[in-house]
Each structure stands twice: as C-alpha cells, then as structure tokens.
Design a protein around this ligand. Structure first.
Ligand SMILES: [Zn+2]
Length: 592
C-alpha cells in the first residue's frame, strides 16, 4: 500500500450499515453514528469514556495485574501470544477500562468494556478490574456504571472465567444492599457470560440503539433449532418489546439519559438520607477487607474452621487418570444416574414443587423438599433422562428462563424456611432457543447467580454429570462445590470451543484437554472443593454404590455448614468467589 493510499484510508471509512463512504472527522463529530443511515459503529473504551464523562473529570483506576495464563491454555496459538497481540493492537492492558469520573456533575465509578480486545471476553483480569471498580463505588458510596461489549466468558481461562460471573455479581449484590445505584449500558454485542451476569443484574439496563444482547448467539441458536430467526432478533428494540431493558437510547442521547437517571436517584437518596434503607455494613477500606479475608481463610479455629469438612470416606484416593475427552463422553453417558435417580437413591421423601409463578414450569429443572439422613433440605437439579423420549421431554436438561426462575423461587423459599439447599448440576447448558431469549434467559441466569451469592442458608452444589457454562453456574454458586469423578464442568463445550479456536469441531478432544474441565483439574484450580470418587468403571456401572458415596460426601460437607451462622456463611461464600480474580487466589487454591 502506498503512503497516499494509507492516508486516504485513514481519512475515510465505510459505514457497515449503508456502505456510504464517510469522512472520518465528520463521523467522529457525529459520535461515530452514520449521518446517512443512523448506524451506530462500535466504539473502543477510551472513545466511549470521552463521550460519556465530564471533560477533565476522568481518573483512571489501575489496570496493573499479574500476567495470568491460569490453565496454560494452547489452541493453535498459546494464549499469551493472543494477549500480547491484543495489547499491541488496542493499546489497552485488558478488555475493560475502569475509572472514576463525573457525568453531568454526578460522581460515578465506570467500567467500560472494549470488544476489540479478544472480543471483550471476560477473564480473571477483567472480572478482577470490574470487581475492584464496584468495590470502589461501594467505598466512595457512588453509583456504578457498566458499559458492556463482549462475546462472553474467555475460553482460554476455562472455568475460572465462569467464576468471574459470580465474582462481579456479588460485588453488584453488595451495592444493592448498600442502596447504591447500578446501571448497565448494553452496547453491541453483549453475549454469553457477560449478558448472563453483570450486564443484566444491575438496577437499570439501558440498551444503546442497534445493540444486540442475548445469552446464546444467533449462530448457535440457528444451529440448534434449525430455524430461521425472527426479524430483529436480540436487537435493542426486540429486548425492549420483551421487557428486558428499561429503554433504548440513541448514542447522542446516552449521556443526557445517564445524567437524568443519576440526578433522580441521587435526589431519592437525599430524601431518604435520614433513614437509609440499609445501614452501611463495613466502612473498612478494601485493603482492610482483604486482610480480613486472609485472616478468615487461614483462621485455625472458630466458626470459619468449622466449614472445612472432614474428609469423605473414599475421597483422597488417587483416581485413575483418564483422558479429558473420555471423561466428557462418560459424563454424557445416557445410563448415567440423573437427578431424579439420586432423589430416589440418596434422599428420602422427595416432594416435588412446580412452577415459576410467572407462567411456566420447566421440565429440565426439578426441585422440592426432601430428607437427607433425616434432615430436611431443598433439592434443586437439572433433569436429563435415559431414553430419547425422556431426554426430549426434559429438553436434554437445558433449562428455560422458567426453569431458572423456578430454581430461584425454591432457593428463596429454602432461605425463608431455614432449609439448606443442595443442587445437582447436570446440563449441557441453558436452553439456546428463540423463546428462551425472548423470555430473558440472560437475566434469569444472572439473577440466580446474584441471589446465590447472598442466600442466607447453606448451599451445597454437586456437579453430577455435565456442568455446562452459565446454565450450570446458575445452580452452582455454593459454599461447597463437589464434583463426581467423571463429571465435567466447563466455560464452553469442547465442540463449541473447537469450532471457534481450532479449524473445526473435530478438534473437540484437544479442546477438552485444553479447557481443564475434569474434576481433578478443577480441584487443583480451587473451583471445586472435593472430588467424589465413582465406583470401578463409572457411576452407571454401579448406581447404588455411587449413591452411597454421594450421600456420604453430601453429609460430610453439609453437616459442618449447618452450625455456621447465615451471615458468616454468606461472608465466606463471597470470599470463596472473590479469590478467583487474583493469581494469588489461584495459587492459594492450587497448594491446598
Ligand atoms: Zn450508514
């Protein structure tokens, strides 16, 4: 390319909407919205910040974090190479830029995602930076504004990326409790784990004109359903029509709308200043809180120590090393015991409860009260099936929004009744369908994750078969997370990962190995607390012995939790999910 041609290219750009050739300076003056057709071009985080905040008010928050490649991920390229390239091409340290600033004179903390950086994917560093920004908002008692642009959780950091959905969600829960406003601005595109957590579990959700948001992407939904998608599927106007966003806002009005909302909520807070709805819990600085966390995690005695269970009989024996892909196939085996099988063999007196009280009863989620060794518990799990007919009737264990809302209702009911919650996780993932998206799949998952981070009753999760991404996490933010030996738990299916990062889906076995989705791997990473060994070949060869072992593991892990006061439980649960953002935490988990 000649120098003149290059210069010409910098001066002009082509609109992705109407293909008009536009003078770049004119386009920028118009906030990167095409003057011909109104197409909103994607913005990088720095430009977005310039458009939103008061001039001179921006105070960037530190983006210094240790270099992380927590699972040594390699596809056709090692992950560190992809990171280096993203840094070079964007000039950013990560896929989010965080700052404090004022907007129309109102102080806010902001985290703005940048889709140019590895598709705005949510990894440990991004989760940590957004969590710190939320904690800064809490410390300064100011609103939090999140601008999202993301393809979802970052595959290259495996299940640790998935954990970030819980980490950020609990920081948002803390702002809710403190009566501080949280706002998310959905920009194009916002999908997957970001959509199913902090993009939708904020107080207010604004969608920029032209933005698309959903849990499952259109390509995946087309593949799974074999149907053409409705016109305008997952666009901002679609989201508004289906009740999933507060408003659709043109870019030129976005700043003004934020100012109006910040002013209104500030006025409301001032009016109630004499009677704050929730007293401030901990005025301690973040540093002090972290020191506190350290103390709690290493405390040798007292209630915190009671949470560390005695080893389960049979646990700790070295399981035979099996290839990750073989484990995936084992986890999906049609004969593998299902949640209803365990409800029959491990629990007594199961009484199933139905319905989300909003219009549906999802067959892929079963739940109700049962007894475990004489103690009453609330059990909630994904239900698959053994025959094709059963699998179809249960939608292959893929929960709809109604299923997630049923689970949410039962979790809250359990907390009110003082019952511990036991969840059994076995799902390829949340239902990737047109109606699931219409009914707010992302927000339904997001609300479950957030609620579990603050649920004032013991929560014990077991990954019994497939732990598929956000759909699994919607039942797995728990005080203790157990995993059957041949279960898998992953941020994305190996097939899905292979289709994106390798030349084709036949690389699924390599992807399975790279994702670190087996129970021993996840135990090393601290995502899982204990592996429940399966008999001889696998669970389905001896379901009775599997049930026996699962029951022993459940009791060994649940009984110590029953003595911990609810407030302490919630505090420890939050610490459990807070530590995944830091290399420090991963190391700590790794050496346990
Ligand atoms: Zn245009």
């Amino acid at each position: 390319m000649t120098a003149i041609a290059r210069r010409e290219e910098q001066l002009w750009s082509r609109c992705a909407g109407c293909a008009s050739l536009l003078y770049r300076k004119r386009l920028r003056r118009n906030l990167d919205v095409c003057p011909e057709c109104g197409e909103h071009a994607r913005l990088g985080a720095p430009e977005r910040l310039r458009q939103l905040v008061d001039p001179g008010s921006l105070r960037p928050l530190s983006d210094l974090l240790p270099e992380a490649d927590p699972i040594d991920f390699v596809d056709v390229l090692p992950y560190p190479h992809r990171l280096t390239a993203a840094r070079a091409s964007t000039g950013l340290a990560e896929a989010v830029v965080c700052a404090t600033a004022t907007i129309g004179g109102h102080p806010v903390a902001l985290a703005v995602m940048d889709f140019r950086f590895l598709g705005g994917s949510l990894g440990c560093a991004v989760g940590e930076l957004i969590t710190r920004t939320a904690e800064r908002a809490l410390d300064d008692r100011i609103p939090l504004v999140l601008v999202t642009a993301s393809g979802g959780a970052r595959m290259q950091e495996g299940a640790l990326s998935l954990m970030q959905m819980a980490t950020v969600s609990q920081a948002i829960a803390a702002l809710r409790e403190a009566g501080l406003l949280t706002v998310s601005v959905l920009t194009d595109p916002t999908y997957g784990g970001v959509a199913a957590s902090f993009a939708t579990n904020t107080d207010l959700v604004l969608a920029e004109s032209g933005a698309r948001m959903g849990f499952a992407g259109p390509r995946v939904i087309r593949q799974v359903t074999g149907r053409a998608l409705p016109e305008g599927f997952q666009t901002a106007d679609f989201l508004l029509r289906h009740g999933q966003v507060d408003m659709v806002v043109q870019r030129r009005s976005l700043r003004g709308r934020l100012v109006a909302l910040l002013a209104a909520t500030r006025a409301g807070r001032a009016a109630h200043a004499g009677h704050p709805p929730v007293p401030r819990q901990e005025p301690a600085s973040r540093r002090e809180r972290l020191a506190d966390d350290d103390a709690a995690l290493t405390r040798p005695a007292g209630p915190a120590a009671a949470v560390a269970p005695s080893p389960t009989p049979g646990a700790g024996q070295t399981p035979a090393v099996r290839d990750a892909w073989d484990t995936v196939r084992m986890a999906r085996h049609p004969a593998r015991p299902t949640t209803l099988d365990y409800l029959d063999s491990v629990f007594d007196g199961f009484v199933e409860l139905h319905g989300d009280r909003l219009g549906g009863d999802c067959p892929a989620i079963v739940g109700g009260v049962a007894r475990l060794a004489g103690r009453h518990v609330m059990v909630i799990g994904h239900q698959k099936g053994h025959t094709t007919a059963e699998l179809v009737a249960r939608n292959f264990g893929m929960a709809s929004p109604a299923g997630h809302r049923k689970a949410l209702r039962l979790m809250r009911l359990a907390a009110r009744l003082g019952l511990p919650v036991v969840t059994l996780v076995d799902t390829p993932g949340a239902d990737p369908g047109v109606s699931a998206e219409e009914q707010g799949q992302a927000a339904a998952i997001a609300e479950n994750i957030l609620t579990l981070t603050v649920l004032p009753t013991p929560v014990l999760a077991v990954i019994t078969g497939e732990g598929g991404s956000g759909g699994a996490l919607a039942l797995a933010v728990a005080d203790r997370v157990l995993m059957l030996e041949n279960a898998v738990y992953s941020v994305i299916s190996p097939e899905g990962c292979a289709a994106i990062l390798w030349p084709d889906r036949s690389a699924a076995p390599q992807a399975a190995r790279a994702l670190r989705l087996t129970a021993p791997d996840l135990c090393r990473l601290g995502v899982v607390d204990e592996v429940v060994p399966e008999p001889s070949a696998a669970a389905h060869d001896d379901p009775a012995e599997t049930a026996h072992r699962l029951r022993a593991a459940l009791l060994a892990n649940l009984l110590p939790l029953l003595d911990v006061p609810p407030a302490m439980l919630v505090r420890l649960r939050r610490q459990r999910f807070r530590r995944f953002g830091t290399t420090r935490g991963v190391n700590r988990a790794g050496v346990r």
